[in-house]
Design a protein around this ligand. Structure first.
Ligand SMILES: [Fe+2]
Length: 283
């Protein structure tokens, strides 16, 4: 069996993200959701209920009274904070692990994921593309494939780095050459196996090569790529692949993104990261 076949076999056994939370995140993307519906869905999941109440009482929100019910928590926190809570309660624990292959310590991939999500949303706003919520989720999950490829990258790191140096290619191209598959493809296969929408699967698949994405989701892939590259440039969660990141110049030209815009996006992103520091504490 080839490396790629073995990696893809592992993907089939990989535990899925909590479907209740993903369902809720989707519901919260619409403007006309009913609070009662959100509360009912959370309450159907005891583990999620406990996490929400613990985080709501964590001190970050500075609430004077104790939050004792999900209804109370949802009403007090509002949509933005609720989305942050859901993400930190569900995606956070899965994506927080240290990844030896990519030389990122515990919590670094999670921080990078949040930063890419914030930056992708910032780019969408500043470039007037109406996909803010969608690129937030795809930015957040763009490197989820690394959870699987990391142990393989660890075993073949020297070979991958030599390929990237000698052939002057990006880290993920070198991953593909040495392992037969890269983390972007593995991530898209994982998301597809979790029945997540095509837009998410496609954007994650092409977040390093946005021009290869189908026309329908290409702009979203470009926004996530810009966000991911900007975070790498600012050293957020950059590991063994950081120095070999190849930005897509065509995307920069097409969307008229210069360093001044990149800097503005990253200043706002750092600010949002600062305000969301509670998301990096273990609940
Ligand atoms: Fe990536």
């Amino acid at each position: 069996m080839s490396h790629a076949e073995e990696i893809l076999k592992e993907a089939e056994r990989f535990p899925a993200l909590d479907p209740t939370a993903l369902n809720l995140l989707e519901l919260l993307q619409s403007d006309d959701f009913e609070t009662r519906e959100v509360v009912d869905r959370i309450e159907l999941n005891p583990q999620l209920t406990i996490k929400i109440l613990r985080l709501a009482n964590s001190g970050f929100f500075g609430l004077r009274r104790e939050v004792t019910s999900v209804f109370h928590a949802v009403n007090l926190l509002g949509k933005t904070n609720l989305v942050r809570l859901l993400l930190s309660a569900t995606v956070g624990p899965i994506i927080s692990q240290a990844l030896e292959g990519y030389k990122v310590e515990e919590g670094e991939l999670w921080k990078r994921a949040i930063a890419v999500a914030f930056a992708a949303r910032q780019y969408a706003r500043r470039l007037n593309v109406d996909v803010e919520d969608r690129v937030f989720i795809s930015g957040l999950l763009c490197d989820v494939g690394k959870l699987l490829t990391s142990s393989w990258v660890e075993k073949h790191l020297k070979e991958i780095q030599v390929a990237a140096f000698e052939e002057g290619c990006s880290f993920e191209e070198a991953e593909k050459r040495c392992l037969g598959v890269n983390h972007a493809k593995v991530g898209s296969i994982l998301l597809d196996s979790w029945d997540l929408p095509d837009s998410l699967v496609e954007v994650v698949r092409w977040h390093h090569e946005p021009t290869k994405c189908g026309a329908e989701y290409r702009t979203e892939a470009e926004l996530v790529h810009l966000a991911d590259y900007s975070c790498a440039l600012f050293g957020i969660g950059a590991g063994s692949d950081g120095t070999h990141y190849r930005p897509c110049h065509e995307t920069f030209e097409k969307l008229h993104v210069d360093f001044s815009l990149l800097e503005k996006v990253m200043i706002d992103t750092m600010d949002e990261l600062e305000k969301s520091s509670f998301m990096f504490e273990s609940p």
